[in-house]
Design a binder for this molecule. Sequence first.
Ligand SMILES: [Zn+2]
Length: 230
Amino acid sequence: MGKLPMICPISRMTERTMPGRRSFLATTAGLVLLPLRGFGRAVAYRPVILKGDYTRDSTHERQARARDEGCIGVVDFHFNSTGDPTVSGGEIYYQEGVTASRHFAEVMWRRFEAIGLPPHGNQPLRSTATNPRTIFINHYAMPAILLESLFLSNPEQAAWLHVGGHLGSLADAIAAGIRDEFPGGGTIGLSPGHAYKTSTPGDKGAKCREGDSEAEHTVALVGLVEQRLK
Ligand SMILES: [Zn+2]
């Protein structure tokens, strides 16, 4: 009883502002149904694993496949390596001069940071113009980024990758970065670096300190990201 006086003024106010009770009910029903309609619509991704050659000078098999499949974005998977075992950290390359690619790289790096991956140097976001090995992603017709998540030549980082669950955490982060950048879903190209090359099928990429190879890690990681996007 004590709460009635509070309800009455609100309902009177509603009657005054609404043209009639029927439209008030219709509006109320609409307000309830509107979020439900959005809630029921699932966002769908179609991951496509890109295979074949991807050399730096022009459009090759992977770029052509990404275009033919209607990819809205491409992630190229690599791991870094160098002769100095103390060098470590991650970096993400974006297509020189492509704002959407740079944005994708920024969004993805935030996900890398969230799982504790350190940057290589003080600037983990790099244009392909800074590294000739990465310019092949410029030949993708859609925003593409190239991940160098860590150094396989660094004993601590290689060991980290081999701890159970860490490859899965990295896959979670990458899938989340893709969802962040493309919230409406769509076809996403996943390119495992050094694996499935037509011209050099034996290419394994860099050696990992733990005894396996870059190509083995890129294939495994792409598989996990593919599962998470389906
Ligand atoms: Zn390894």
